[in-house]
Design a binder for this molecule. Structure first.
Ligand SMILES: [Zn+2]
Length: 287
């Protein structure tokens, strides 16, 4: 089974996770930029983080035979913090880079006017740069958050086929599907969606325009949840082809709209991955 995890925060994960993901069939990931779990206090810490998503993390992933791309944005949680707003001015410099396959994560956290402004500005940036957008739907007040998100999307210059609405569930999937956007589902170990609820949704809605991710980060999460969905699909009678569509071809089609996906990567056992990144290896002190 080949797997493309379209939303996972590898910066927060270990090398054991990379090895287990490769073993499970994961060959490609997209890492959206998001918040650190605590507020950043200056724009500079965003730029170092963005640079690591474009440099060090793809290098680390390549050691494990996994292609790594990222999405760049001022995340919803910090979009209302005046200390962080200068980041919006710097985004065009990052959105021009080859490893960036979308603008994201953007969307609402508390649905404030400042978040409205940041969301509209970043949707415009996606349109200007010919990039898709990864739009997070809020974890609290999900239904109202989705409706307001769709209003802003309709006013933006971005067509729905270039947008994925993420963290959907049974309560929001119908409204999201009617919008024409791609449908993103995050599978968690103990809350929100699990792999069995996901399979029931796939039965009802079909496999088109659906992206399934682990959204694994520094919280309780599981980077192998994409594989769990693949196994649950096969157990439920979905075909290999349908499973491949959800776990590989759909994310390739969505992020492929950036024109920047690079999926040919040497297997780690070949010894071909680069061994240093800007002079630094994963061996910490050198070889
Ligand atoms: Zn995320």
């Amino acid at each position: 089974m080949r797997i493309f995890d379209p939303h996972i925060h590898m910066t927060s994960r270990t090398t054991d996770d990379y090895a287990a993901m490769y073993e499970a069939g994961v060959r490609a990931v997209v890492e959206p930029s998001f918040w650190l779990g605590q507020p950043r206090t200056s724009p500079g810490s965003f730029y170092d983080y963005f640079d690591s998503l474009l440099g060090w993390e793809p290098f680390r992933a390549a050691q494990h035979g996994i292609a790594h791309h990222c999405t760049i944005a001022l995340n919803p949680k910090e979009a209302g913090d005046p200390r962080c707003l200068p980041v919006l001015e710097e985004l065009p410099r990052y959105l021009a880079k080859d490893g960036v396959v979308a603008v994201g994560e953007i969307g609402y956290d508390s649905m404030t006017p400042a978040e409205d402004a940041a969301l509209a500005a970043q949707l415009q940036l996606a349109a200007d740069h010919g990039l898709p957008a990864l739009v997070h739907t809020p974890h609290r007040d999900k239904a109202a958050g989705l409706t307001r998100t769709l209003d802003v999307l309709r006013e933006s210059g971005l067509p729905p086929e270039r947008v994925v609405l993420d963290h959907l569930n049974e309560a929001t999937v119908d409204e999201a599907a009617d919008s024409g956007c791609w449908l993103g589902f995050s599978i968690y170990p103990d809350t929100k969606m699990d792999e069995h609820r996901m399979v029931r949704l796939l039965r009802l809605h079909g496999t088109a325009r659906v992206l399934v991710n682990s959204a694994a980060d520094w919280g309780r999460s599981d980077p192998l949840k994409t594989r769990a969905v693949g196994d649950a699909m096969l157990d439920a009678g979905f075909t290999d082809d349908e499973t491949d569509q959800v776990l590989w071809r759909n994310p390739v089609a969505f992020y492929g709209q950036s024109g920047r996906l690079e999926l040919d990567l040497a297997a780690p056992e070949s010894g071909a991955p680069p061994t240093t990144h800007e002079g630094n290896s994963i061996l910490r002190g050198g070889e």
